[in-house]
Design a protein around this ligand. Structure first.
Ligand code: PMP
Length: 362
């Protein structure tokens, strides 16, 4: 039996063991072709099958309605921060950004360099403990789109409910929570996610958008930064990150095999409940950093009473085999990332470790 760490890394993050083992089994000789998938043309029938399968499984799992396309791009979600305003923010319009933490802020900063923007809602007054409610979002008449960050990886918050904003396009960054639960894709005009948390390794970014958003990109944009380039070529305009897309296809099959997104949501709910219960049942020894109604199924943030105690917690957790529990350098404290591939057993072990640590130090 392979010994695996209790991996709570924030991204790149845990991948399913079954997927790693399948990739290992076909690493040197991909399905009898005598080469790996990395050593053949991205125009070969073998790779085209991987690409097609990844796209169609993504549609199937998310229940993507007709009239939407799935693209696999490069440059990470950070490149989408720029491409979105470059493609969709025109003169005379303003793009509205809902601020929920560091990643929403980064998306807004990038758009500011490209056109007019405004803050369409913010959780700043609560120290980003709370996601703004749907009725707190301002949609201006000249809004080009509203951008939200579905899950704030650093703060540990997530939309429980997405806003309905009428006819203005709703664009969402799902980098850290795509496929963690069912989503009504028809609420969105465009969504995107870097792969390295719930989908696979880094190197590929998924875009799911209405076909209308993916054609007739503005004149003058560089070829690679236009959505119509990628839509026209089925994401094969240039050499794609073949290995990343291949692993994504295996991860999608793994999710399907487990029962799809409803099953994933149940599992994630059960996993995170163990840890949130350890926080809530600690009588204040552990302090959750997000209000219960905005808590994330993917990133659980919490603090202990002092820097020394937090240091001790991290050190002892590492010695006990837990990896990745230190909070992001911008906010400190603790963060346990419980992405789809993090097993229930890891979460159970962490909750038990927290309770035991409290007994010794509380
Ligand atoms: N958005 C969110 C919510 C993220 O968590 C991250 C990465 N942690 C990014 C965007 C940036 O992604 P990338 O590193 O793929 O550019």
């Amino acid at each position: 039996m392979t010994k695996r760490a209790y991996n709570f890394n924030a991204g790149p993050a845990a991948l399913p063991l079954d997927v790693l083992q399948q990739a290992q089994a076909e690493f040197v000789d991909y399905r009898g072709i005598g080469m790996s998938i990395m050593e053949i043309s991205h125009r070969s029938k073998e790779y085209e099958q991987v690409n097609d399968e990844a796209q169609s499984l993504m549609k199937e799992l998310l229940g993507v309605p007709n009239g939407y396309e799935v693209l696999f791009l490069q440059g990470g979600a950070s490149t989408q921060f720029a491409m979105i305003p470059m493609n969709y923010l025109q003169q005379g319009q303003a793009a509205g950004y809902v601020l929920t933490g560091s990643w929403a802020d980064k998306a807004l900063k990038e758009a500011k360099g490209i056109g007019e923007t405004y803050v369409a809602g913010t959780g700043e007054a609560s120290g980003f403990r709370r996601i703004p409610a749907p009725n707190e979002i301002e949609v201006r008449p000249n809004a080009a789109y509203i951008h939200i960050t579905s899950n704030e990886t650093i703060a540990g918050s997530q939309y429980a409910e997405y806003p309905d904003i009428g006819s203005v396009p709703l664009i969402a960054d799902l980098s850290s929570d795509i496929l963690c639960r069912p989503v009504d894709v028809s609420k969105f005009d465009f969504l995107y996610a870097g792969a390295q948390k719930n989908l696979g390794p880094s190197g590929v970014t998924v875009v799911i958008a209405k076909e209308g958003m993916l054609k007739d990109s503005p004149k003058g944009l560089p070829t690679m930064l236009r959505y119509d380039t990628h839509a026209k070529s089925k994401s094969l305009y240039n050499t794609p990150p073949v290995y990343s897309v291949y692993i994504v296809s295996l991860v999608l099959k793994w999710i399907k095999g487990l029962g799809g997104l409803e099953a994933m949501e149940r599992l994630n709910h059960d996993k995170t409940k163990l840890i949130y219960d350890a926080i809530d049942g600690s009588g204040g020894f552990f302090e959750g950093l997000v209000d219960p109604g905005s808590r994330s199924l993917m990133n659980i943030t919490f603090a202990l009473g002092s820097d020394e105690l937090e240091k001790k917690f991290i050190q002892e957790a590492e010695a006990a085999g837990f990896v990745g529990l230190k909070g992001h350098r911008d906010v400190g404290h603790m963060r346990a990332s419980t992405y789809n591939a993090v097993p229930y057993e890891s979460c159970k072990a962490l909750a038990e470790f927290m309770q035991e640590f409290q007994r010794r130090n509380g």
